[in-house]
Design a protein around this ligand. Structure first.
Ligand code: NDP
Length: 337
């Protein structure tokens, strides 16, 4: 059983030295347990938080512990009621490893005939669920309103933009580079997508949002939020989902303290900003989300892009790339057929 451990805690951007691959015997399930053969694993930005021991909503991975992740897996041995050999499952409490011993917690059964099981890690899994709930429940978009989202071609952003369009909104993305921006407009149907590497980001975003911004789905922070702030309309809503531009920071950015400006803006424009952690806030809504999203994906109303990496051993490098925007679409690693 190959396993990738957290070898040390990163300072700033993670490096290869923060990970270690080890081999251990394949475990045997005891009473109340089952053994999963992991086929696909998910790489997600939240894992940067798990590598750190700073205060957060979840416990960190201990140094020397297996890196956590969600996997699509096959049951290959079971001493657990309700699960049998051959079942296909999604395990949200899995690890960067070939095999996972599970007691069934955070496990959802998948249709064994599902054409693309890896979608359970993206559009039909945690990130898609995040985009959908944050947009609909906190964003409360109304037809004709303008919705802006950063990391627009990732699994959260693609769902936010496409669902906003399905709800009759103007959808404006922000992404890194011309290729991603073209994809957002031409393939996903965003009305516009602005490159955050462009020095004229603020001007171009303003031009793409002639009626201001009603919902800003915050995935990024940093200069994208700076560009958004002056465009926010009265009563704008900000689902605060992620701040990926800050995850590798080791200190506060230089420059003046802009907190008073932000507080004033929130007060004068009566803005509502709410942070959320998807399963904590909305776990009970997962079946309803699947009911809405599954037909949209099947009918092509919500389009999907995956960035597939082959081989467990390549997970650390792919993860480091995710934090720099090297992925194009939902990043998944194929572990086994
Ligand atoms: P993505 O697959 O979109 O990957 C992250 C992307 O962030 C990169 O590809 C890159 O895209 C972008 N990015 C990285 N650094 C920067 C930067 N400095 N400035 C602007 N963009 C940057 O990730 P997900 O769709 O899985 O996640 C999106 C966000 O949602 C993350 O912040 C994540 O932490 C958050 N999240 C929160 C959850 C919750 O429960 N609150 C649950 C799931 C995700 P590009 O090249 O376009 O810049």
């Amino acid at each position: 059983n190959r396993q990738i451990l957290l070898a040390s805690r990163p300072v700033g951007a993670p490096t290869a030295a923060n990970f270690q691959m080890v081999e251990s015997p394949v475990p045997t399930p005891g009473p109340g347990q089952m053994l999963l053969r992991n086929r696909w694993m998910s790489l997600d930005p939240y894992m940067r938080g798990r590598m750190s021991d700073a205060k957060s909503y979840a416990d960190p991975v201990p140094v020397g512990g297996v890196m956590t992740c969600g996997t699509v897996s096959e049951v290959i041995a079971s001493e657990l009621d309700g699960y049998k050999v051959g079942d296909l499952v999604m395990c949200f409490a899995s690890g960067w490893q070939d095999y996972t011993l599970s007691d069934g917690s955070m496990v959802f059964r998948l249709d064994p005939n599902m054409a693309e099981p890896s979608l359970a890690l993206g559009v039909l899994g945690m990130p898609g669920f995040t985009g959908y709930m944050g947009l609909t429940d906190i964003g409360q978009p109304k037809p004709g309103e303008t919705v802006v989202v950063g990391a627009a071609t990732g699994p959260v952003g693609t769902v936010v933009g496409q669902v906003a369009k399905l709800m009759g909104c103007r959808a404006v993305g922000v992404a890194g580079g011309a290729e991603k921006c073209d994809y957002a407009v031409k393939e996903l149907g965003f009305d516009a997508c602005i490159d955050h590497k462009d020095p004229a980001l603020a001007e171009k975003l303003a031009a793409a949002c002639p009626d201001g911004i009603d919902v800003y789905f915050e995935n990024v922070g940093g200069k994208v939020f700076d560009a958004v702030m002056p465009l926010l309309n009265a009563h704008a809503r900000i689902p605060l989902c992620g701040l990926i531009a800050q995850y590798n920071m080791t200190s506060l950015p230089d420059g003046p303290d802009r907190m008073p400006q932000l507080m004033r803006l929130m007060l004068s424009q009566r803005i509502r900003m709410q942070g959320f952690i998807i399963f904590d806030n909305y776990g009970h809504c997962y079946p309803d989300f699947l009911k809405a999203m599954t037909p949209w994906v099947a009918e092509g109303k919500v389009r999907v892009k995956e960035d597939r990496v082959d081989g467990l051993e390549n997970a650390p490098e792919a993860f480091m790339g995710l934090l720099e925007g090297k992925n194009f679409g939902k990043l998944v690693v194929k572990i086994a057929d």
